[in-house]
Design a protein around this ligand. Structure first.
Ligand code: C5P
Length: 403
């Protein structure tokens, strides 16, 4: 998925050892279709050469405010007009201080002041003492108040050998944050509760009853909801997926645990999206010890109990959230999905065919609501999840407006 097609990003580098990660970021931006103009401060050139950045970007690299290559001798204007964003990676302590004061004593700081309405995103990178210094914190607050988006910093081991906050985010995180920045904030301020993944019902301490759900669709929806500005809680069965940025994840195994985790939170949510493939039955009495093969060669008999229907229960809450269900069917999608929507009494149900979606990176969704049936095209799960956010935002009644 080319997330940055038709964009032009001004990538600014300031003096810091994290400059070596900017080369990787440049490649990732290009992988997503962005055209990248690199601008470096003089200090940045001590950490990585303009030649490296020029070879990777395939475009001239700019350092000097007096560079005569700019036809009008105004590189700060030429570079920013029509740019999609200015992205400063890494942003040093000194550069943040300059930005906070509107100083313009080199090309990069000048173009930040000259950029007009072009969004400015910066990824601070510095020693933890420098980051926590009151002056830096003051500058960070001022920059946020001025509309600058601060990406990170994170915590952890630092190049100087010390540990703490001030560590630059990884290139992949910066890329995702940039992409998220450009998603419409359709669910700003909403609290969204999501279930995802399979559940896993113990038979004994080593055996479980589970299903083939990968969790990919639920995680894509959690990411899309966070990108749309929502506060997202993701109650997840066992998966091997990374938690989407900005999402609070609660890990569970069994349907009973998922039920408990959801019911604890449902009252505070504005929207509930049930995507988990919840086991319909649990083993009535899981064995405390590993079950042994019968000497007589007989297979064991397992007794089941019904699991709670989490979605139906949330949908019945008097002051509950606006509910979205999912239906993965192997046949008769429309018939089964419509019946499920009626049975659970929910405003929106998203259907898909198991053979088109399970474990795949693409999916073909069909939305079912009071107005009828709305098929969507086959597309990557993240694109489908973003389309679902639009569909939800369009349908939300005013009463679920955030307070
Ligand atoms: O009940 P059924 O599996 O047919 O419906 C699927 C929808 O209901 C999904 O949204 C799923 O997450 C939700 N569900 C649930 N609790 C269950 C079973 C399904 O929340 N025990």
């Amino acid at each position: 998925m080319l997330e940055l097609a038709q964009t032009r990003i001004v990538l600014g580098l300031t003096g810091g050892i994290a400059c070596y990660k900017s080369a990787e970021l440049l490649r990732r931006l290009q992988d997503h279709g962005a055209q990248v103009d690199v601008v470096m401060t003089e200090a940045a050139t001590h950490f990585i050469t303009p030649t490296t950045m020029q070879a990777l970007s395939g475009r001239p690299v700019w350092v000097d405010a007096w560079d005569a290559r700019a036809p009008n001798s105004m590189a700060h204007i030429t570079l920013t007009r029509g740019a999609t964003a200015v992205l400063i990676v890494p942003a040093s302590t000194d550069f943040m201080a300059k930005l906070a004061h509107g100083m313009a004593d080199d090309l990069l700081s000048t173009l930040c002041v000259a950029r007009g309405s072009v969004p400015l995103l910066i990824a601070p990178a510095m020693n933890h003492e420098m980051w926590t210094h009151p002056a830096t914190q003051r500058n960070a607050s001022q920059l946020r108040a001025d509309g600058v988006v601060l990406l990170g910093p994170g915590e952890g081991e630092q190049a100087c050998g010390e540990t703490g906050s001030g560590r630059m985010l990884e290139p992949e995180q910066i890329l995702r944050a940039l992409i998220a920045h450009f998603q419409p904030k359709l669910l700003a301020g909403r609290r969204v509760l999501i279930t995802a993944g399979p559940t896993s019902e113990p038979i004994d301490p080593v055996r479980v009853l589970t299903n083939r759900s990968s969790g990919k669709m639920g995680y894509a929806v959690a990411r899309a909801a966070a990108e749309a500005g929502a506060r997202v809680e993701l109650v997840s069965g066992p998966t091997c997926l990374d938690t989407p940025d900005g999402v609070q994840r609660i890990d569970v195994h069994t349907a009973a645990q998922m039920h408990h985790a959801v019911m604890e939170r449902a009252d505070q949510a504005d929207i509930f999206i049930a995507i988990a493939a919840v086991a319909d039955w649990a083993i009535a009495q899981p064995s405390d010890q590993k079950m042994k093969k019968h000497a007589d060669g007989q297979a064991p008999k397992l007794d089941f109990v019904l699991n709670p229907d989490i979605l139906a229960e949330v949908a019945r809450l008097p002051q509950g959230p606006w509910c979205v269900g999912f239906a993965a069917e192997t046949e008769k999608l429309h018939e089964h999905a419509q019946a499920k929507r009626r049975r659970k009494d929910i405003p929106l149900l998203v259907g898909n065919l198991v053979q088109n979606t399970m474990n795949a990176d693409q999916t073909e969704l069909v939305l079912f609501d009071d107005a009828g049936i709305h098929p969507m095209s086959r597309q990557p799960k993240l694109a489908a999840a973003r389309a679902l956010m639009r569909a939800i935002a369009e349908r939300l009644p005013d009463s679920s407006q955030p307070v």
